[in-house]
Design a protein around this ligand. Structure first.
Ligand code: G6P
Length: 592
């Protein structure tokens, strides 16, 4: 999940400030260490443990000389986060520089072979073998491109690699296997990166090399070669995300900016209604649907299951991507397997998608245009949330929900539900306006060690997502529960120190959820309820009541009731002095 960038400029200007700018945009992919290598008649490397800003203060990346180079921000997988393990890595003779994202399964074997051949290593990463293998093959007479190709033939695992050599100092080469990599061109030069937000400022025409292809960037252009070294015709896609969308634009954090942008995410995704209708027509008849996803996208998928089953009457499973292997055995030609993913790059989801392609119709609901899953699925629905930088997903979640509501509403010809979706942006804006109130009340929750989120029916996935938001950024242990399950265990943990957050919109499930609310209240829990404004019963039974527009029905509530829960997590995080955009140990895109 590291971020990687390479750039070669058309004019002979120093590239380091641009590389620094690009890699700063990828910090959400990892922030254990950072480094840049440039070529200036020799290879210059500056790298260290720490986040981008603090390392830059120490190393002054922008002063580096050289007209091309590569950069890396690390999320440690093999080898601790240390200065030595920071990328870029050089081979032992210091003539090849590489950055790598992914994990190599056979690196120990390769490393031992190289050590036996006399090679010295300076890090405990898997990546350093790549630089040494490239050098070895170049010493045997191969050019940089062929040496990279020969190197990848030895590698098992996932990788996106960007490399250059002082022995062929006019190009950058890059390739990928099961890890994302894009190549892009703009006015100033040619770029390669793990993710489009890195380069948006400089280049928006993007090419996505396929696995095994090698991209060669020089100051004259981009060449993409197939496995046999033959030039292939490539087609670029213009990314309509603007650079401003990936900036903080005056907000303190990306997370609060993205929470605020949620009404737009819904509005813009609603414009996909016509396309979704066409996808449904092309898919044709299905007997069964299975939704597959990870993390927040999995929570959107549970809502999808409830919608599809209740509105369309189609049997629908939902499965976590890393656990999909058993369910996968039951997929057949009458099954539609739907993958929901913000990034379109999540490793487990992609592997499940590969399986599903063998037997079933596949549909990917993805936010990042041109990402792997957009190419790999038979049908694609694009959510329109714009780039999301905060590690904790917010606006992409409501955009995913919007897409799945449209899908379920259209497939079941439920025009009333589809029409109702157009009220959601205004409801979300109203909910966001409560942020000062939520900021104030968040102070009551900093002390908590544990918290429970309860919801029933459509509110159950909201409880799961609310709890996930709290634990991932505040580090408070939080659990989301189906309200009816409470008495089967968790009730034993409830006492006067435990906050319980109850999601209780008006509707069919309300009376039963109210009973559960009373149960926790009777055991002394501190109850925070989210429900319809003016509800006296809720007021009476809760310590804190976040009041939502009473017109929001139970079925629509997931799109709106999540907003106060996101805000609560955000403000508790600030109270505790943590950075909501950079939760410890987490990364935005999980490609391993
Ligand atoms: C990571 C992110 C989560 C995200 C999950 C699935 O864990 O931190 O925010 O929900 O991956 O990612 P996807 O891109 O497939 O939605």
């Amino acid at each position: 999940m590291c971020g990687i960038v390479g750039c070669i400029l058309k004019e002979k200007n120093d590239v380091a400030p641009i590389l620094f700018d690009c890699i700063s945009k990828l910090e959400y992919r990892g922030y254990d260490s950072v480094g840049i290598a440039t070529y200036d008649n020799k290879i210059n490397v500056r790298k260290a443990k720490g986040d981008i800003e603090s390392v830059n203060e120490k190393l002054r990346f922008k002063n580096m000389k050289g007209i091309f180079g590569i950069a890396h921000t690390r999320w440690a997988s093999t080898g601790k986060p240390t200065d030595e393990n920071a990328h870029p890595h050089l081979d032992a003779t210091k003539s090849v520089a590489i950055v790598h994202n992914g994990t190599l399964e056979n690196y120990t074997e390769l490393k031992n072979e190289l050590i036996n051949e006399g090679c010295k290593f300076t890090s405990t990463t898997d990546s350093e073998v790549i630089a040494n293998l490239i050098k070895k093959y170049m010493s045997n007479g191969l050019n940089l491109e062929d040496a990279l190709r020969k190197t990848t033939e030895q590698l098992k695992g996932s990788y996106a690699i960007v490399a250059f050599s002082k022995d062929e100092p006019d190009k950058i080469v890059a390739t990928r296997q099961d890890s994302p990599l894009i190549v892009a061109y703009g006015k100033t030069g040619y770029f390669v990166a793990s993710d489009t937000p890195a380069v948006l400022e400089y280049a928006r025409d993007v090419i996505r090399p396929r696995e095994g292809e090698i991209a060669i960037l020089s100051n004259e252009g981009i060449d993409i070669h197939d496995k046999n070294g033959k030039s292939i015709k490539w087609k670029s896609t213009y990314i309509d995300w603007t650079p401003e969308m990936a900036r903080k634009e005056g907000f303190d954090h990306y997370m609060i900016k993205e929470i605020t942008e949620q009404s737009d995410a819904v509005k813009n995704t609603l414009t996909q209604k016509g396309k979704i209708q066409k996808v449904i027509e092309k898919i044709g008849k299905v007997k069964r649907i299975c939704l597959v996803a990870c993390g927040t996208s999995y929570h959107a998928s549970i809502t999808g299951k409830y919608l599809i089953e209740s509105l369309a009457g189609i049997a629908c499973d939902v499965v976590i991507a890393s656990e999909a292997k058993y369910t996968a055995k039951t997929w057949d030609e009458d099954t539609l397997v739907i993958f929901i993913s913000q990034s379109g790059e999540t490793y487990d989801s992609r592997m499940a998608l590969k399986e599903a392609r063998k037997t079933s119709k596949t549909l990917a609901i993805v936010n990042v245009a041109g990402s792997a899953m957009c190419e790999e699925a038979e049908f694609v629905i694009q959510t329109q949330a714009g780039p999301e930088i905060g590690v904790a997903a917010t606006k992409t979640y409501v955009a995913q929900l919007t897409a799945i509501y449209l899908f379920a509403g259209l497939i079941s010809k439920n025009n009333a539900l589809v029409d109702e979706l157009y009220n959601v942006p205004a409801y979300i804006d109203e909910a966001v306006k409560q942020k000062d109130y939520i900021k104030e009340l968040s102070k009551r929750y900093d002390f908590a060690d544990d918290a429970f989120y309860l919801g029933r029916g459509f509110s159950y996935p909201v409880a799961l997502e609310g709890a996930l938001k709290l634990k991932e950024i505040t580090y408070i242990h939080a659990e989301g529960y189906a309200a009816g399950e409470l008495k089967h265990g968790p009730l034993a943990l409830i006492d006067e120190k435990v906050p319980v957050i109850v999601i209780i919109p008006p509707g069919e499930d309300y009376p039963k959820t109210m009973t559960n609310l009373e149960e926790v209240k009777a055991r002394g829990a501190i109850v925070l309820s989210v429900g319809a404004k003016g509800d006296e019963n809720i007021t009476k039974n809760s310590n804190v009541f976040i009041e939502m527009n009473p017109k929001i029905r139970e079925i629509i509530a997931p799109l709106v009731y999540i907003v106060p829960l996101q805000l609560l997590s955000y403000y508790v995080t600030l109270d505790k002095g943590f950075d909501p955009d950079r939760p410890r140990n987490l990364a935005k895109v999980i490609t391993v």
